[in-house]
Design a protein around this ligand. Structure first.
Ligand code: GTR
Length: 396
């Protein structure tokens, strides 16, 4: 076989290749190893091709290899208002709805709903410690040992309703306890079919639960079910992304400090890695996910492609400056590298090349980002940015 590359050119190419290999070994070449989310489309990089081919194939990867397959069989559902009272001087109602799924799952949905003339947009998110932790009010059923109002700082409900936005939350454990308990309870128990390596984990069950609540927001007359943002912090931020990626009825998706398995790129291997997360929380994902532990190079896709599945709907990713475990830079890049998919739908969806200064929200269109100064948390300052984005993006 003859070659048309001269020996000296061949030598130069080899040393170029060596330099590239060395750069990627020390991490400088990381950006190059992040898959192009549009590569899956071949030559046909269009909106329609993304919808019909790119998004379904991308979601399939996350279903089979990361979070597990969400069963598509419907279960019976009953939704009823359990109790309500006026709050904040009568400008809003505080309600608890009861959602009964199948024969075994009873879920309490807490809602703070502003009383306005027209229908209002809403934020829907799970809470960590029980509905009673998001508000001091005594009638809210206490479902864990956590003190009443413990997480009130994370749920600025009065601020929301004063802006004409409803806040809706459910204790995540109502949909599935956060333990590795053999998937014998919570939402998993409603689907007793045999499990395999791609069966859904706890993040999948939580995301499924968010969609089941959304099914019934149509039945709340004051809420516009077409303007519901799904939100979550940390593990519940991973959940919000997975729920929003799968269920196109969510009008906007907010990932607060979601880190590994959320908005952060896994191939960077900064902060929490797949090996660390799957050894501490194996039940969050499908069991196949752990095969990428310390083998991130073998991942055919990365977390920016999960974010891309939300396009063209608005997505907001936020990080905290002292949250190295969640890899703020990786979260920023997770958003940024989803931009080629958003660009199929709108011009120049996200222009920032580097993380903005702390507390400055960036992104004027459907891709938004901020880095809050401080630790891993969701604060009033974060919510202030989310409410501003919602009033801009969730117009009737
Ligand atoms: C940590 C976990 C993170 C994050 C966090 C949280 O222990 O390593 O992935 O989800 O918990 O949910 O608060």
């Amino acid at each position: 076989m003859t070659s048309d590359v001269s020996p000296s050119v061949g030598k130069a190419m080899m040393s170029g290749l060596m330099i590239l290999l060395m750069l990627s070994a020390v991490g400088i070449g990381n950006a190059q190893s992040i898959p192009d989310p549009l590569a899956i489309l071949g030559e046909e990089k269009t909106e329609a091709a993304w919808k019909h081919k790119g998004r379904p194939a991308t979601l399939e990867f996350f279903r089979k290899e990361v979070y597990g397959v969400t069963p598509d069989r419907k279960v019976s559902a009953e939704w009823k208002l359990d109790r309500e009272s006026e709050v904040f001087g009568g400008i809003a109602m505080r309600r608890e709805y009861l959602l009964i799924l199948g024969d075994t799952l009873s879920v309490r949905v807490l809602a703070f709903v502003p009383m306005e003339k027209g229908k209002v947009p809403a934020f829907l998110g799970l809470n960590f410690g029980g509905n009673h932790t998001v508000s001091e009010t005594s009638w809210i059923t206490r479902t864990s040992k956590a003190p009443r109002g413990k997480s009130a700082g994370r749920w600025p409900v009065e601020m929301a309703v004063r802006k004409g936005i409803a806040m809706i939350t459910v204790h995540c454990a109502d949909f599935d306890p956060d333990e590795h308990d053999g998937f014998a309870n919570g939402a998993h128990a409603l689907f007793p079919e045999a499990r395999d390596e791609s069966s859904w984990g706890t993040l999948g069950a939580w995301a499924w639960g968010l969609s089941r609540v959304l099914d019934h927001l149509e039945d709340v007359p004051e809420i516009d079910a077409k303007r519901v943002a799904v939100i979550g912090h940390s593990r519940l931020g991973k959940t919000a992304l997975w729920a929003g990626a799968q269920d196109e009825r969510f009008a906007m998706v907010v990932s607060n400090n979601s880190g590994c398995g959320g908005a952060a790129l896994s191939k960077r291997r900064q902060g929490e890695t797949i090996a660390k997360i799957t050894s501490r929380f194996p039940h969050w994902f499908c069991s196949r996910y752990s095969k990428f532990a310390d083998k991130e190079d073998e991942l055919p896709m990365d977390q920016h492609q999960l974010i891309a599945c939300i396009a063209p709907r608005p997505v907001y990713v936020a990080s905290a400056s002292d949250d190295a475990w969640a890899d703020p830079e990786g979260e920023f890049l997770g958003l940024k590298k989803a931009a080629p998919v958003y660009a199929l739908f709108e011009k120049e969806p996200f222009m920032a090349d580097k993380i903005p200064p702390a507390d400055e929200a960036i992104g004027k269109k459907k891709m938004r980002y901020h880095l809050r100064k401080g630790k891993h948390d969701i604060t009033r300052s974060d919510w202030g940015h989310y409410f501003a984005a919602a009033s801009d993006l969730l117009k009737p």
